[in-house]
Design a protein around this ligand. Structure first.
Ligand SMILES: [Zn+2]
Length: 678
């Protein structure tokens, strides 16, 4: 349950990843300063290499181009991100407006899609030594510009066509009235509302009606342009020389193609198929027969009362402090960064959580380090049951992203911005690794503490393990179903793509991968539709594989992860410092010593409940004993300034309150005052 919630948060994140729209492909004016342009004209590369004076000038020219690209991008990026934050948080300052948001966004996008910059980058790449630091930066710039520039007229036209169909489909989808027929009456509900009822409504008839409501999304999209969209996307990708649209998207996002991706995913699919089959059998036996496996029964019967019982041990008001304590114990620092956290839900605030960086961290050409600025928001309602657990997990996740991006140490802000070519798998691995700690018994033994200071009892953790561990494989199969479906979708011969064949394919993949129809019908997954999120879901699967492999590595090397002071320095060096300069797969292999594979995740799923209980009990007891012995309240230094805000109001600020714990204390009192009064 907790993980699936986290998944929803992650899913929101991918939708939020700002990618570029069709108009960005238009060529626009260069942002190069006049002096750079004139020196570029004076010295073609062949001349530059011919004499020592020429080499020096070439060196100057490369420096000037990189410096100018860096500072121009940084300025445009910051202007857009400040508007993004101001408008999404509904801040009152007169400087924030949707017009300014659009203007700053177009300026940034035009910069990234500037064809003259790509040409210049390539020209300079020919004159710098291949192993120089300049070459490394220029190669990254080339990769970046290529993500936003389409180098084929035919493909450009097809992309325009695809964007048009997608726009129409989206507009129609927004007007679609979803809902379910309950007691003979149609009740309107959003897809989120339908999904929620499928999970929690005690009446099977209602759950079934809501599930059927969800399947209507598939009918609707296949009748409103999706069929044509699939065809046009494929034509565009083929015009660019890719196998199909999936291959095109994967290559752009990850730097390797579809074939390599599915070699990795297949190991996971094959390795967990028998586990899935056994789990379904066990689930049916434990829940009164095969009926329990119906898509409208499965998630309902899986949800127990563990969440409610755990709630008192995850007080929301303590979440900031627990995150800080646990990261500090792992020696994770933020290198002088500033972070604004807007954690609470309120009217007028954007309804999705996100984490953005108005200021990327980077090393300037004079050698000085520019610390990052992070904006992070969630929609916590401290009075709702389960909000503390969700709030803390979200905080660990987003603060993990923030730690990653504040520790990138490369000579350009374009190594440390979160858009393409930064891989989703790479970014999510960091945050998912850190939020995975919240599920560990030793972590909970120390940090899941009630308001009265009482630690979460072992029996409750044991109940959680018994209720969730045997069925964790369902989440994995639900995740991989999306990439398997999309792969097959874009591999269909064009003449076979029809509304009927797409719907039949979705059902076939659900039955094959998940063992039966899915509680979340594949065609209701929003990612499948939109350009930026389609053929992208594998990023989460790869990240989760990386999480398990990284966890296994630390457990083998050090025996534990929670409060392990070596964790921070190790991941900072191996994963964080390089930013997007190195492929995700290389980073994982460099740290863990083996290529990314599904084995660690499979091993986790294969472990028996009895074994896991034994292991976790030992870890729990050890941590309890340690915590009882150590009652120190040393202050926490994450090497950053934290401001906890609520829209325009600053609730707490380390620069004013003096220390991290004083800031946490102020926030805690505020939450108590506002939400917990009788
Ligand atoms: Zn994330």
């Amino acid at each position: 349950m907790d993980r699936s919630r986290q998944r929803i948060i992650s899913i929101m994140k991918v939708v939020l990843k700002a990618f570029l729209s069709a108009q960005t492909l238009l060529q626009t004016a260069s942002f190069l300063s006049p002096s750079v342009l004139s020196s570029a004209r004076r010295l073609p590369s062949s001349v530059a290499l011919s004499s020592s004076i020429g080499t020096m000038t070439a060196h100057t020219e490369v420096n000037a181009f990189i410096d100018d690209t860096n500072t121009s991008y940084e300025r445009l990026h910051r202007a857009f991100e400040l508007q993004f934050w101001g408008t999404k948080m509904a801040l009152s300052g007169p400087q924030y407006s949707t017009e300014e948001l659009t203007r700053t966004k177009s300026e940034m996008e035009a910069f990234l899609a500037d064809e003259s910059k790509l040409a210049k980058t390539r020209e300079l790449l020919k004159i710098v030594p291949a192993d120089s630091h300049h070459a490394k930066t220029l190669k990254m710039l080339e990769r970046t510009f290529r993500c936003y520039i389409m180098e084929s007229e035919e493909a450009k036209a097809l992309r325009g066509e695809a964007m048009k169909i997608e726009g129409q489909l989206e507009a129609a989808r927004n007007k679609l009235s979803l809902g379910a027929v309950i007691d003979g009456k149609f009740e309107e509900m959003s897809s989120v509302g339908l999904r929620n009822k499928v999970r929690v409504d005690p009446d099977e008839n209602v759950r079934k009606a809501c599930y059927e409501g969800l399947t209507k999304i598939g009918d609707f999209v296949t009748e409103n342009g999706f069929v044509e969209l699939v065809k046009v996307r494929n034509r565009m990708a083929k015009a660019l020389g890719y196998l199909d649209f999936y291959d095109y998207k994967v290559t752009n996002a990850e730097g390797f193609g579809k074939i390599a991706l599915f070699e990795i995913l297949d190991t996971l699919e094959k390795g967990t198929r028998p586990i899935m089959e056994a789990a379904r059998k066990r689930f049916a036996e434990e829940n009164g027969g095969d009926d329990a496996l119906e898509p409208w029964n499965l998630s309902f019967k899986m949800a127990g009362d563990v969440t409610r019982r755990m709630d008192p041990y995850f007080p929301f008001s303590k979440s900031v402090e627990m995150w800080g304590r646990s990261f500090a114990a792992m020696n994770i620092g933020y290198r002088g960064a500033t972070m604004d956290l807007d954690l609470l839900d309120r009217k007028g605030k954007y309804s999705n959580g996100f984490c953005h960086w108005p200021q990327p961290a980077w090393v300037k050409s004079d050698g000085s380090f520019q610390p990052s600025v992070t904006h992070f928001t969630s929609l916590a309602d401290p009075s709702a049951v389960g909000s503390g657990y969700t709030g803390l997990t979200t905080l660990m996740h987003e603060a993990g992203h923030a730690a990653h991006f504040s520790n990138i140490e490369m000579p350009s802000p374009l190594f440390s911005q979160e858009r393409s070519p930064t891989s989703v798998a790479y970014a999510e691995l960091q945050s998912m690794f850190l939020d995975s700690l919240v599920g560990d018994a030793d972590w909970m033994a120390k940090y899941a503490i009630s308001k009265d200071g009482e630690a979460i009892p072992w029996d409750l953790i044991a109940d959680k393990i018994k209720a969730t561990h045997p069925y964790k494989v369902f989440a994995l199969r639900g995740m991989i179903a999306v990439p398997y479906f999309e792969k097959a979708l874009y591999e269909m011969p064009e003449e076979d793509v029809t509304a009927e064949s797409i719907k039949a394919l979705a059902d076939t993949v659900e039955k094959d991968i998940q063992g039966g129809l899915s509680p979340r019908p594949l065609l209701s997954v929003p990612h499948v539709l939109s350009d930026e999120a389609s053929c992208y879901y594998h990023g989460y699967v790869l990240a989760e594989m990386g999480v398990h492999q990284t966890r296994e590595y630390f457990l083998k090397r050090d025996g534990f992860i929670a409060d392990n002071p070596k964790v921070g320095p190790t991941i900072t060096e191996a994963y964080w410092k390089p930013g997007n300069s190195e492929p995700f797969l290389d980073l994982v292999e460099n740290l863990t010593g083996s290529p990314l594979a599904g084995q660690a995740w499979i091993n986790m799923l294969k472990q028996s409940v009895e074994d896991l209980l034994k292991e976790e009990k030992v870890a729990y007891d050890k941590k309890r004993a340690e915590s009882n012995a150590d009652s120190s309240c040393d202050d926490i230094d994450l090497n950053m300034r934290i401001r906890i805000v609520d829209g325009d109001d600053v609730l707490a600020d380390t620069a004013v309150d003096g220390s991290f714990l004083a800031t946490c204390n102020r926030f805690e009192n505020y939450v108590q005052e506002r939400f917990m009064k009788k």
